[in-house]
Design a protein around this ligand. Structure first.
Ligand SMILES: Nc1nc2c(ncn2[C@@H]2O[C@H](COP(=O)(O)OP(=O)(O)O)[C@@H](O)[C@H]2O)c(=O)[nH]1
Ligand SMILES: [Mg+2]
Length: 335
Protein backbone atom coordinates (compact mmCIF):
# COMPACT_ATOMS: atom_id res chain seq x y z
CA UNK A 1 0.00 0.00 0.00
CA UNK A 2 1.38 3.41 -0.94
CA UNK A 3 2.03 6.08 1.65
CA UNK A 4 -1.03 8.30 1.97
CA UNK A 5 1.02 11.51 2.28
CA UNK A 6 -0.57 14.28 4.30
CA UNK A 7 -3.93 14.73 2.58
CA UNK A 8 -6.53 14.37 5.36
CA UNK A 9 -9.01 12.53 3.18
CA UNK A 10 -6.45 9.99 1.95
CA UNK A 11 -5.09 9.54 5.47
CA UNK A 12 -8.54 8.92 6.94
CA UNK A 13 -9.35 6.46 4.18
CA UNK A 14 -6.12 4.57 4.87
CA UNK A 15 -6.91 4.65 8.59
CA UNK A 16 -10.27 3.10 7.85
CA UNK A 17 -8.46 0.18 6.29
CA UNK A 18 -6.37 -0.37 9.36
CA UNK A 19 -3.25 1.62 8.54
CA UNK A 20 -2.14 2.68 11.97
CA UNK A 21 0.57 5.02 10.73
CA UNK A 22 -2.07 6.93 8.79
CA UNK A 23 -4.33 7.07 11.85
CA UNK A 24 -1.46 8.33 13.99
CA UNK A 25 -0.72 11.00 11.41
CA UNK A 26 -4.32 12.24 11.34
CA UNK A 27 -4.31 12.46 15.13
CA UNK A 28 -1.10 14.50 15.00
CA UNK A 29 -2.82 16.93 12.65
CA UNK A 30 -5.72 17.21 15.11
CA UNK A 31 -3.35 17.71 18.02
CA UNK A 32 -1.46 20.51 16.27
CA UNK A 33 -4.69 22.37 15.52
CA UNK A 34 -4.96 25.18 13.01
CA UNK A 35 -6.26 25.07 9.46
CA UNK A 36 -5.20 21.48 8.58
CA UNK A 37 -7.06 20.17 11.64
CA UNK A 38 -10.22 21.95 10.47
CA UNK A 39 -10.19 19.86 7.31
CA UNK A 40 -9.86 16.68 9.39
CA UNK A 41 -12.61 17.81 11.77
CA UNK A 42 -14.94 18.44 8.84
CA UNK A 43 -14.42 14.95 7.44
CA UNK A 44 -14.48 13.11 10.76
CA UNK A 45 -17.63 14.85 11.92
CA UNK A 46 -19.68 12.92 9.34
CA UNK A 47 -18.52 9.53 10.65
CA UNK A 48 -20.34 7.40 13.22
CA UNK A 49 -19.41 8.46 16.76
CA UNK A 50 -17.73 5.74 18.81
CA UNK A 51 -18.88 5.06 22.35
CA UNK A 52 -16.53 6.80 24.74
CA UNK A 53 -15.64 5.92 28.30
CA UNK A 54 -13.63 8.48 30.28
CA UNK A 55 -11.46 7.62 33.26
CA UNK A 56 -10.21 10.38 35.49
CA UNK A 57 -8.58 10.63 38.89
CA UNK A 58 -5.42 11.64 40.68
CA UNK A 59 -2.04 10.62 39.24
CA UNK A 60 -1.14 7.14 40.49
CA UNK A 61 -4.70 6.10 41.29
CA UNK A 62 -4.40 3.28 38.77
CA UNK A 63 -6.19 4.62 35.69
CA UNK A 64 -3.73 3.20 33.19
CA UNK A 65 -3.66 -0.19 34.85
CA UNK A 66 -7.44 -0.17 34.93
CA UNK A 67 -7.63 0.93 31.29
CA UNK A 68 -5.43 -1.97 30.33
CA UNK A 69 -7.79 -4.34 32.15
CA UNK A 70 -10.84 -2.75 30.57
CA UNK A 71 -9.40 -3.31 27.12
CA UNK A 72 -9.34 -7.00 27.89
CA UNK A 73 -12.89 -6.97 29.25
CA UNK A 74 -14.15 -4.92 26.30
CA UNK A 75 -12.62 -7.21 23.73
CA UNK A 76 -14.68 -10.02 25.05
CA UNK A 77 -17.98 -8.24 25.31
CA UNK A 78 -18.08 -5.32 22.93
CA UNK A 79 -20.41 -5.60 19.93
CA UNK A 80 -18.40 -5.20 16.75
CA UNK A 81 -19.43 -2.73 14.17
CA UNK A 82 -18.85 -3.75 10.57
CA UNK A 83 -15.60 -2.16 9.56
CA UNK A 84 -14.79 -1.84 5.88
CA UNK A 85 -11.16 -2.79 6.33
CA UNK A 86 -9.41 -6.07 6.96
CA UNK A 87 -9.84 -7.93 10.24
CA UNK A 88 -6.67 -6.33 11.55
CA UNK A 89 -8.46 -2.99 11.83
CA UNK A 90 -8.18 -1.52 15.34
CA UNK A 91 -11.40 -1.80 17.29
CA UNK A 92 -10.66 -0.11 20.59
CA UNK A 93 -9.00 3.25 20.90
CA UNK A 94 -7.24 4.56 23.99
CA UNK A 95 -6.48 8.25 24.41
CA UNK A 96 -4.15 9.02 27.32
CA UNK A 97 -4.66 12.74 27.85
CA UNK A 98 -2.40 14.82 30.06
CA UNK A 99 -3.71 18.36 30.42
CA UNK A 100 -1.25 19.14 33.20
CA UNK A 101 1.88 19.52 31.18
CA UNK A 102 3.06 20.48 27.71
CA UNK A 103 5.71 17.78 27.90
CA UNK A 104 5.31 14.20 26.83
CA UNK A 105 7.16 13.17 29.94
CA UNK A 106 7.29 10.41 32.50
CA UNK A 107 3.58 9.90 33.08
CA UNK A 108 2.94 9.02 29.49
CA UNK A 109 5.98 6.80 29.21
CA UNK A 110 4.65 5.04 32.28
CA UNK A 111 1.30 4.60 30.57
CA UNK A 112 3.00 3.03 27.57
CA UNK A 113 4.74 0.54 29.82
CA UNK A 114 1.62 -0.27 31.81
CA UNK A 115 -0.46 -0.72 28.70
CA UNK A 116 2.13 -2.86 26.98
CA UNK A 117 -0.08 -5.92 27.33
CA UNK A 118 -2.01 -4.43 24.46
CA UNK A 119 0.67 -2.30 22.83
CA UNK A 120 1.19 -4.78 19.99
CA UNK A 121 -2.44 -5.89 19.78
CA UNK A 122 -3.73 -4.85 16.35
CA UNK A 123 -7.24 -4.49 17.76
CA UNK A 124 -6.12 -1.74 20.11
CA UNK A 125 -4.88 1.71 19.18
CA UNK A 126 -3.17 3.66 21.98
CA UNK A 127 -2.37 7.33 21.68
CA UNK A 128 -1.04 9.91 24.15
CA UNK A 129 -2.11 13.52 23.91
CA UNK A 130 -0.43 16.36 25.80
CA UNK A 131 -1.06 20.08 25.85
CA UNK A 132 0.33 21.85 22.82
CA UNK A 133 0.12 25.54 22.25
CA UNK A 134 -2.72 27.65 23.45
CA UNK A 135 -5.11 27.25 26.32
CA UNK A 136 -8.15 25.18 25.53
CA UNK A 137 -6.46 23.55 22.57
CA UNK A 138 -6.38 20.13 24.15
CA UNK A 139 -9.97 20.32 25.30
CA UNK A 140 -10.92 20.96 21.69
CA UNK A 141 -8.59 18.32 20.30
CA UNK A 142 -9.98 15.44 22.39
CA UNK A 143 -13.50 15.33 20.91
CA UNK A 144 -11.98 15.71 17.45
CA UNK A 145 -9.63 12.83 18.17
CA UNK A 146 -12.56 10.68 19.31
CA UNK A 147 -14.39 11.41 16.07
CA UNK A 148 -11.27 10.60 14.06
CA UNK A 149 -11.13 7.23 15.78
CA UNK A 150 -14.77 6.76 14.85
CA UNK A 151 -13.99 7.64 11.25
CA UNK A 152 -11.27 4.99 11.37
CA UNK A 153 -13.92 2.41 12.27
CA UNK A 154 -13.34 2.12 16.01
CA UNK A 155 -16.45 1.44 18.04
CA UNK A 156 -15.12 2.15 21.52
CA UNK A 157 -12.72 4.74 22.86
CA UNK A 158 -11.32 4.83 26.39
CA UNK A 159 -10.09 8.27 27.46
CA UNK A 160 -7.70 8.46 30.40
CA UNK A 161 -7.26 11.95 31.86
CA UNK A 162 -4.97 13.08 34.66
CA UNK A 163 -6.86 14.74 37.48
CA UNK A 164 -6.21 18.47 37.44
CA UNK A 165 -8.90 21.06 37.97
CA UNK A 166 -11.39 22.42 35.51
CA UNK A 167 -9.73 21.07 32.41
CA UNK A 168 -10.03 17.60 33.85
CA UNK A 169 -13.74 18.07 34.37
CA UNK A 170 -14.02 19.31 30.78
CA UNK A 171 -12.17 16.38 29.31
CA UNK A 172 -13.75 13.83 31.63
CA UNK A 173 -17.24 15.01 30.84
CA UNK A 174 -16.49 14.70 27.12
CA UNK A 175 -17.24 10.98 27.38
CA UNK A 176 -20.49 9.04 27.15
CA UNK A 177 -19.70 7.26 30.39
CA UNK A 178 -17.46 9.05 32.87
CA UNK A 179 -15.60 7.08 35.52
CA UNK A 180 -13.93 8.75 38.49
CA UNK A 181 -11.17 6.69 40.06
CA UNK A 182 -10.26 7.22 43.71
CA UNK A 183 -8.10 5.21 46.08
CA UNK A 184 -8.63 4.33 49.72
CA UNK A 185 -7.16 6.84 52.08
CA UNK A 186 -7.95 10.05 53.76
CA UNK A 187 -9.65 12.74 51.74
CA UNK A 188 -9.44 11.30 48.25
CA UNK A 189 -13.19 11.06 47.78
CA UNK A 190 -13.66 14.48 49.39
CA UNK A 191 -11.18 15.89 46.88
CA UNK A 192 -13.22 14.37 44.06
CA UNK A 193 -16.33 16.09 45.37
CA UNK A 194 -14.53 19.42 45.68
CA UNK A 195 -13.25 19.23 42.14
CA UNK A 196 -16.83 19.00 40.88
CA UNK A 197 -16.40 15.40 39.88
CA UNK A 198 -19.44 14.25 41.82
CA UNK A 199 -21.58 16.01 39.23
CA UNK A 200 -19.91 14.50 36.18
CA UNK A 201 -19.27 10.97 37.46
CA UNK A 202 -21.46 8.17 36.13
CA UNK A 203 -19.46 5.60 38.01
CA UNK A 204 -17.04 5.66 40.90
CA UNK A 205 -14.20 3.23 41.20
CA UNK A 206 -12.38 2.71 44.46
CA UNK A 207 -9.22 1.16 43.05
CA UNK A 208 -6.42 -0.39 45.13
CA UNK A 209 -9.09 -2.18 47.09
CA UNK A 210 -6.27 -4.39 48.38
CA UNK A 211 -5.28 -1.49 50.63
CA UNK A 212 -6.78 -0.42 53.94
CA UNK A 213 -9.59 2.11 54.04
CA UNK A 214 -11.69 0.75 51.16
CA UNK A 215 -14.87 0.49 53.14
CA UNK A 216 -14.56 4.05 54.42
CA UNK A 217 -13.96 5.38 50.91
CA UNK A 218 -17.02 3.55 49.57
CA UNK A 219 -19.09 4.81 52.49
CA UNK A 220 -17.92 8.43 52.02
CA UNK A 221 -18.82 8.35 48.35
CA UNK A 222 -22.22 6.82 49.00
CA UNK A 223 -22.98 9.39 51.67
CA UNK A 224 -22.17 12.17 49.26
CA UNK A 225 -24.26 10.52 46.55
CA UNK A 226 -27.17 10.31 49.01
CA UNK A 227 -27.22 14.11 49.04
CA UNK A 228 -27.58 14.40 45.28
CA UNK A 229 -31.10 14.67 43.88
CA UNK A 230 -32.35 11.26 42.72
CA UNK A 231 -32.28 10.74 38.95
CA UNK A 232 -32.53 7.98 36.35
CA UNK A 233 -29.14 6.66 37.33
CA UNK A 234 -27.37 6.59 40.65
CA UNK A 235 -23.62 6.31 40.10
CA UNK A 236 -22.55 2.94 41.44
CA UNK A 237 -19.39 2.66 43.53
CA UNK A 238 -17.26 -0.24 42.35
CA UNK A 239 -14.22 -1.68 44.14
CA UNK A 240 -11.34 -2.87 42.00
CA UNK A 241 -7.80 -4.13 42.26
CA UNK A 242 -6.52 -3.17 38.83
CA UNK A 243 -3.21 -5.00 39.26
CA UNK A 244 -4.94 -8.37 39.66
CA UNK A 245 -8.09 -7.63 37.67
CA UNK A 246 -10.32 -8.16 40.68
CA UNK A 247 -13.64 -6.33 40.26
CA UNK A 248 -12.94 -5.34 36.66
CA UNK A 249 -15.66 -7.57 35.27
CA UNK A 250 -18.14 -5.94 37.65
CA UNK A 251 -16.94 -2.54 36.51
CA UNK A 252 -17.44 -3.56 32.90
CA UNK A 253 -20.96 -4.75 33.72
CA UNK A 254 -21.75 -1.32 35.20
CA UNK A 255 -20.32 0.48 32.16
CA UNK A 256 -22.51 -1.69 29.93
CA UNK A 257 -25.54 -1.01 32.16
CA UNK A 258 -24.96 2.73 32.00
CA UNK A 259 -24.61 2.58 28.23
CA UNK A 260 -27.79 0.50 27.97
CA UNK A 261 -29.69 3.07 30.04
CA UNK A 262 -28.48 5.94 27.86
CA UNK A 263 -29.36 4.10 24.67
CA UNK A 264 -32.73 2.73 25.81
CA UNK A 265 -34.02 6.01 27.21
CA UNK A 266 -32.74 8.11 24.34
CA UNK A 267 -30.41 9.90 26.73
CA UNK A 268 -27.30 9.31 24.66
CA UNK A 269 -28.48 11.80 22.03
CA UNK A 270 -29.44 14.32 24.71
CA UNK A 271 -26.07 13.97 26.35
CA UNK A 272 -24.16 14.26 23.11
CA UNK A 273 -26.17 17.33 22.12
CA UNK A 274 -25.33 19.00 25.43
CA UNK A 275 -21.69 18.14 24.85
CA UNK A 276 -21.76 19.64 21.38
CA UNK A 277 -23.22 22.80 22.84
CA UNK A 278 -20.30 23.04 25.27
CA UNK A 279 -17.92 22.29 22.45
CA UNK A 280 -19.36 25.02 20.24
CA UNK A 281 -19.06 27.53 23.08
CA UNK A 282 -15.48 26.44 23.61
CA UNK A 283 -14.64 26.83 19.94
CA UNK A 284 -16.06 30.36 20.10
CA UNK A 285 -14.00 31.13 23.19
CA UNK A 286 -10.79 29.84 21.61
CA UNK A 287 -11.50 31.74 18.39
CA UNK A 288 -12.13 34.96 20.30
CA UNK A 289 -8.99 34.35 22.30
CA UNK A 290 -7.06 34.11 19.04
CA UNK A 291 -8.65 37.39 17.98
CA UNK A 292 -7.54 38.98 21.24
CA UNK A 293 -3.97 37.86 20.61
CA UNK A 294 -4.14 39.23 17.09
CA UNK A 295 -5.64 42.53 18.31
CA UNK A 296 -2.86 42.92 20.85
CA UNK A 297 -0.18 42.76 18.17
CA UNK A 298 -1.42 45.42 15.79
CA UNK A 299 -0.36 49.04 15.37
CA UNK A 300 -3.88 50.10 16.37
CA UNK A 301 -3.33 48.47 19.74
CA UNK A 302 -0.10 50.40 20.25
CA UNK A 303 -1.84 53.63 19.34
CA UNK A 304 -4.72 53.03 21.75
CA UNK A 305 -2.33 51.95 24.47
CA UNK A 306 -0.35 55.15 24.05
CA UNK A 307 -3.55 57.14 24.54
CA UNK A 308 -4.39 55.20 27.69
CA UNK A 309 -0.89 55.72 29.09
CA UNK A 310 -1.09 59.41 28.25
CA UNK A 311 -4.32 59.66 30.25
CA UNK A 312 -6.46 60.64 27.29
CA UNK A 313 -8.85 57.68 27.44
CA UNK A 314 -9.47 54.86 29.91
CA UNK A 315 -8.80 51.17 29.09
CA UNK A 316 -12.51 50.50 28.47
CA UNK A 317 -12.75 53.19 25.86
CA UNK A 318 -9.58 51.89 24.25
CA UNK A 319 -10.98 48.35 24.16
CA UNK A 320 -14.22 49.57 22.60
CA UNK A 321 -12.33 51.49 19.97
CA UNK A 322 -10.20 48.44 19.12
CA UNK A 323 -13.17 46.10 18.97
CA UNK A 324 -15.12 48.42 16.72
CA UNK A 325 -12.15 49.03 14.46
CA UNK A 326 -10.90 45.44 14.24
CA UNK A 327 -14.05 43.36 14.43
CA UNK A 328 -16.25 45.73 12.45
CA UNK A 329 -18.29 46.69 15.47
CA UNK A 330 -19.69 43.19 15.91
CA UNK A 331 -18.29 42.64 19.38
CA UNK A 332 -18.59 46.18 20.67
CA UNK A 333 -22.33 46.58 20.40
CA UNK A 334 -25.03 44.86 22.37
CA UNK A 335 -27.75 43.26 20.27
N1 LIG B 1 -1.73 -2.15 45.27
C1 LIG B 1 -2.26 -1.75 44.13
N2 LIG B 1 -1.51 -1.07 43.26
C2 LIG B 1 -2.08 -0.66 42.10
C3 LIG B 1 -3.42 -0.97 41.79
N3 LIG B 1 -3.70 -0.43 40.58
C4 LIG B 1 -2.59 0.19 40.16
N4 LIG B 1 -1.61 0.05 41.06
C5 LIG B 1 -0.23 0.57 40.97
O1 LIG B 1 -0.26 1.97 41.15
C6 LIG B 1 0.72 2.61 40.34
C7 LIG B 1 0.09 3.66 39.46
O2 LIG B 1 -0.76 3.04 38.50
P1 LIG B 1 -1.18 3.75 37.13
O3 LIG B 1 -2.09 2.82 36.44
O4 LIG B 1 0.02 4.21 36.37
O5 LIG B 1 -1.94 5.03 37.66
P2 LIG B 1 -2.43 6.31 36.84
O6 LIG B 1 -1.40 7.38 37.06
O7 LIG B 1 -3.73 6.68 37.45
O8 LIG B 1 -2.56 5.93 35.41
C8 LIG B 1 1.41 1.50 39.56
O9 LIG B 1 2.60 1.15 40.23
C9 LIG B 1 0.41 0.36 39.61
O10 LIG B 1 1.01 -0.91 39.52
C10 LIG B 1 -4.20 -1.72 42.74
O11 LIG B 1 -5.38 -2.02 42.54
N5 LIG B 1 -3.55 -2.08 43.88
MG1 LIG C 1 -1.80 6.91 33.70
Amino acid sequence: VSAPGSDPEALLEAARFGERVALARVLSIVERGGEPSRAVARLAYRAPVPYSVGLTGAPGSGKSTLTDRLIGAAQEGWPRRGAPGPEAVAQIGVLAVDPSSPFTGGAILGDRVRMQDHATDPRVFIRSMATRGHLGGLTLAVPDAVRVLGAAGLALVLIETVGVGQMEVDVASAADTTIVVVTPGWGDSIQAAKAGLLEVADLFVVNKADRPGVREAVRDLNQMLDLAPPGEWRPPVVETVATTGQGVEGLWTQIAAHRALLVDKGLLEVRRAARLERELRRVLRVRLDEEVTRLGEGHRFEAQLARVVAGEIDPYEAADALLVAELGGRAGTAE
